[in-house]
Design a protein around this ligand. Structure first.
Ligand SMILES: Cc1ncc(C[n+]2csc(CCOP(=O)(O)OP(=O)(O)O)c2C)c(N)n1
Ligand SMILES: [Mg+2]
Length: 540
């Protein structure tokens, strides 16, 4: 499957795709929507996602989605149409070559590889190289720009023997050292990120936690890599952390074992000192550049999570599970039904959503105050069930990601949790859902404003600002794009909505949430605010 928006310079590829009906072409309404869809497909399958866009405005529109895949380490191949070589540098419309917009230079900061293809005979080897690059080490997006003379010329594809993947040596003495440190630890903690999501890693992580009886906290992006109903689960740390995770850390930890996390700002709640272990900080990550950059690290290992966990398990005896922890939330989602505006509490809405949809539902989540509620109150038991793109933290990823996830898993329910502001920004992708007949459930947590920014501003500057998203009639907008809609204002309406289970097409649910129900949190911006303004010193 390829996702994209067409245009003249990429038309040779679309024309060639007419001869390959096995490849599904999904036309999104915006190029970043295509990139979010390709990234969602990659996230939901572990395979590479592919996007096709045109030169100039097409690829410029794609940059936010490309940057998002880069920040989250998701493998995406972006193929970009380009003007023919003979037209470069002479004022051709949408010339993206180094003589004009220089797309390769722009994209090089947010990709693992960005190359302009010179001629037809190079296309096949470069595509294979790009795919191998995207999938190796810390994964990420790659870009090839395809000048029209290269895509219109003929070349017989060469045989190429290139394989993705790198093998990592994990020295035996380092494994022994980890085990020694663990042996002398009284209060340990496993901090697992989304690098433990793929293949056998989640299963190995569970076995490992059970053998050493250490509790597990996940990052927000890694939510679900460890089942949240497991006795050793403490929930998420970071934005909207669970009190169970914070309390455990507050009581002091001798050793933190961080696996498959970049330990960035969102994962660590603004580089919180709570994660600083009293004695040992062990960090295992596939990307060497992540180790030691935010936390003083006593032991760093550059390795994929599964390989590391397998090596440890070989040397750890099985033991019966004796300890019990458990995830605690700020309030009881089921019984927090209404706020003082008389509208639905977001946590109750999320509880009803999980009661109504199948347990294997795949959730995508957008960016805003609703992200905090969703990450706090959804209970995620499977590693592939929660997709949130926190790396760049761009608004607007959730519908695109749901498109990718639903195409990857046609037999599973897919639900997007999204804010009204995010919907307004990428509403066009609802039309992609209906045109492609993808039965995604889009829950709009509608507070009629850019909630996160209003709340954050008031917390930092002590003054109110208003960023309303009105006028916005979610239901009519959805209907106009061919999507069935429902409006929900009261408890039990989601529970009783048979359409949510029965309707074969996409549905948008306008969930009118109560603005007086708040998530307790430390505001990200508080940390960035200097405590006292520094007077300007002028020196003659
Ligand atoms: C592309 C982009 N623009 C702006 C922001 C800053 N921002 C973060 S959250 C947010 C508000 C989102 O509003 P909404 O979708 O209604 O979610 P809510 O916070 O109300 O739940 C904004 C403007 C961003 N993250 N991404
Ligand atoms: Mg909002």
């Amino acid at each position: 499957v390829v996702f994209g928006v067409p245009g003249g310079p990429i038309s040779p590829v679309h024309d060639a795709l007419l001869d390959r009906p096995a490849i599904r072409v999904v036309t999104t309404r915006h190029e970043s929507g295509a990139l979010f869809a390709a990234a969602g497909y990659a996230q939901a399958t572990g395979k590479i996602g592919v996007a096709l866009v045109t030169s100039g405005p097409g690829v410029l529109n794609a940059l936010t989605g490309l940057g998002s895949a880069w920040c989250d380490g998701l493998p995406v191949l972006l193929l970009v149409g380009e003007v023919a070589h003979r037209n470069m540098g002479k004022g051709a419309l949408q010339d993206g070559s180094s003589h004009h917009l220089n797309i390769v230079a722009m994209a090089s900061h947010v990709t693992k590889m960005a190359v302009e293809v010179r001629q037809a005979s190079q296309v096949a080897p470069l595509v294979q190289r790009a795919i191998a690059t995207a999938l190796s080490g810390r994964q990420g997006p790659v870009v090839l720009t395809l000048p029209m003379d290269a895509t219109l010329d003929r070349a017989s594809p060469p045989e190429i023997g290139l394989q993705a993947g790198t093998s990592y040596g994990i020295p035996r003495n380092l494994v022994s050292e980890v085990l020694r440190v663990m042996g002398e630890t009284r209060r340990g903690l496993i901090f697992a990120g989304s690098g433990t999501r793929r293949g056998t890693a989640p299963d190995l992580l569970r076995q490992f936690a059970e053998r050493c009886q250490w509790p597990v906290v996940t990052t927000l992006k890694g939510k679900g890599v460890f089942p949240e109903d497991h006795p050793l689960a403490l929930g998420c740390f970071g934005m909207a952390a669970h009190p169970s995770a914070v309390d455990y850390l507050r009581n002091g930890v001798d050793t933190v074992l961080a696996i498959g996390t970049s330990l960035g700002e969102v994962a660590t709640d603004g580089f919180s000192p709570l994660l600083e272990a009293k004695r040992h900080f062990i960090h295992v990550d596939i990307e060497a550049a992540h180790i030691g950059r935010a936390y003083q690290t006593s032991l760093g290992l550059i390795a994929p999570a599964d390989q590391f966990l397998r090596r440890l398990l070989e040397r750890l005896p099985a033991a019966p599970l004796r300890k019990r922890f458990g995830v605690r939330t700020h309030s009881d989602a089921q019984f927090t039904t209404l706020g003082s505006e008389g509208l639905l509490a977001p946590q109750r809405a999320l509880w009803e959503i999980q009661q109504t949809l199948r347990p294997d539902t795949l959730f995508t989540c957008d960016m805003g105050e609703h992200t905090m509620f969703a990450s706090h109150y959804l209970r995620i038991q499977r590693p592939d069930q929660f997709i949130v793109m926190t790396g760049l933290g761009s608004m607007g990823s959730a519908i695109g990601a749901a498109i990718g996830a639903q195409i990857a898993h046609p037999d599973r329910p897919v639900a997007a949790i999204i804010g009204d502001g995010c919907l307004a920004m990428y509403a066009g992708e609802l039309a992609t859902l209906s045109a492609e007949r993808l039965p995604v459930r889009v829950f709009v947590m509608n507070d009629e404003r850019l909630g996160m920014v209003e709340i954050g501003h008031a917390a930092v500057y002590n003054r109110s600002v208003h960023y309303p998203t009105t006028p916005l009639d979610v239901a009519r907008l959805a209907e106009s794009l061919g999507v069935r809609s429902l409006v929900v204002t009261r408890p039990d309406q989601i529970l009783n909505a048979r359409e949510l289970i029965e309707h074969p097409g996409p549905i948008v649910i306008d969930v009118r949430i109560d603005r007086t129900v708040r998530m307790p949190r430390k505001d990200r911006l508080v940390a960035a605010t200097p405590s006292q303004p520094q007077p300007l010193k002028l020196v003659n």
